[in-house]
Design a protein around this ligand. Sequence first.
Ligand code: ADP
Ligand code: ZN
Length: 679
Amino acid sequence: MTVRQLAHVAVDAPLTENLTYLQNDSCPVIRGDVVDVPLGKRTVKGIVISVSESEAAAEDDAYEIKTVKAIDIEWPALTDPFLKWLEWVSDYYIYPLGRTLQLCFPPLSRPKKIRQSNRPPVVPVLEKVKLHQLTEEQKFCLEAIKKTKGFATHLVHGVTGSGKTEIYLQLFEKTLSENKRGLFLLPEISLTPQLIHRFAERFGDQIAVLHSQLTDRERTTQWWEIAEGRKKILIGARSALFCPIKDLGLIVVDEEHESSFKQDEKLKYNGRDCAIMLGRFMNCPVILGSATPSLDTWKNAVEGKYHLHQLKSRVENRPLPVIEVIDMRLEKDLEKKSAEKPFWLSQKLYNEMKVSLQKKEQVALLLNRRGMAQMVFCPGCGFSIECPNCDISLTLHGNTHMVCHYCDYHENFKTKCPDCKQSDMIVMGLGTEKVEEDLRKLFPEAKIARADRDEVQSRLDMEELVQKMENQEIDILIGTQMIAKGLDFPHLKLVGLLLADVSFNLPDFRASEKSFQLMTQMSGRSGRHVGVDDLPGKVVIQTYNTSHESVSFAQAHDYEGFVQTECIHRKQLNYPPYHKLTALRIQSLELEKTRSTAYKLARRAQAIKEKFNAFDQVEVLGPAAAPIAKLRNQFRYHVLFKCPQPQLLNQFVRKVMGDNKWIPAQVKVLVDVDPLNLL
Ligand code: ADP
Ligand code: ZN
């Protein structure tokens, strides 16, 4: 009998178990080491999870264990708390550990030498500026946060413009003074040049930035700056969580309510929740900030799991904007009288726009829809143009082509119906392009710009747009939710929400919450810099449903009123934040296969419930075709599980999935823990 030294390694493969290798005598490995190991004929990267000894009988030698090839010295080994956090992520989201660990590496190999790039720097070089004199509310909040030691979760709930970012800046200041490092997470869309600018002004060249608008080379360089400790604060979108930061002392998650913290594919993690767990493993404070916290976070705060800090007024007592709600149903009759005005514009908003433009103040209009029109159909035969790959109608862009907003399918727009070949197609609906076109006719003198995914595609586009707004080279800005978040323009004093109904009519139990958040965030862009004696900023919300609760509470700036009402509905229906949800999404190219697998899955779930009393509390919903029943040629079904206890739900999902062998070939069953997107 010989004693063999073994290493258990998580590799980049869809495996639920780690693989076992023999230690390489010339370079013994320990937990956390990044190693090269053989897998089939390939060599893959893996991370050592544990090492052990085993006494091997001679006959075992017939079963050959391969040997670890080498320690990959290019990479820093992962620290134990960081690795424990990664194990938690993999376990909680039911996703292979080896695959999870791959997120810890930058896209390219390590830069050999710094190459000159002709792109502008990722972080601008700026003169340092002094701190603001804090308001009483800011001081109170800052002191309370500073008092806690080690891990604690804080919710900073402050109205838009109350100076939350200033609090974060001062907390990071403290972290650096203690020789520790910080992580600042934001939704991609809020990672604006303005925000990076504010950090660069305060912390000079100590910051690194990671977001999707960077090239692979830029990302890789920024990654190493942090991993090797040259930069002290990492600002990034959700994936920045996976960058190993030495001596992490503070995590801030701004706009914590944003659904874009959730990744929708592969590892379907929620960056905010993972950030809280990272703080726990690293034993450092986690700050969540928002003007409109998610219901989940709010519940944790009022139940005392998080420390709650509230900022009820804007800095320098600047007034909150005045919000007016316009019933678009009543405007229909007025429409005929005023032919000059497009159907989507109320008389009130039109008048306010004229006044603003005269005063040389800026106007921003929000419409959460791109393109010219959502629906193109034939009045003769009723034919409407849908995407051949998805169960979605195509959107008209620029009067020339039709685009699928889900898979990017394009086709030319033809006026004659392609089906009956008799009538001319009718165009219905509204998008940002159409609004822009109408505005140019309505205000020929005004400088008009549009900000949506068609117009603003890179960080350079966004930087240019921000600069133009700041220099008042734009009078009217029309945009999608891209303009609702994080931007701070001193001359912007009128905001119009053209069709508030877009978000609350979605088939999603969070539709009210999302639209309340969007309305509040967008309203918050108006009049951010008006003094206490000036006229407050204005907001006009246009809707066909004035009595919708998200509208009335947004109008009253009443966050708490909104959450209380919304929580009653959620509780009645056992929805989050009261019960946990996990969605199983079944997909394949064949409808029948998809459907039968969905039914099989639901039957398995019921059988497991019957067999084990422990799962009595789990509720099984479905199977049902997903609201978007076909996407990129894949048919989609889902089954939902609800349960008050997350751990029980995790066990249940694992039991239902079993060894995956019951799933037919070519069918995929994807697990989405705490799903945000149920379409
Ligand atoms: P929030 O993040 O809550 O929306 P910000 O931190 O962006 O608010 O603050 C809004 C504006 O007020 C910014 O222009 C910021 O520089 C400024 N500001 C922040 N704190 C103060 C303060 N104590 N006194 C004066 N101005 C402040
Ligand atoms: Zn499509």
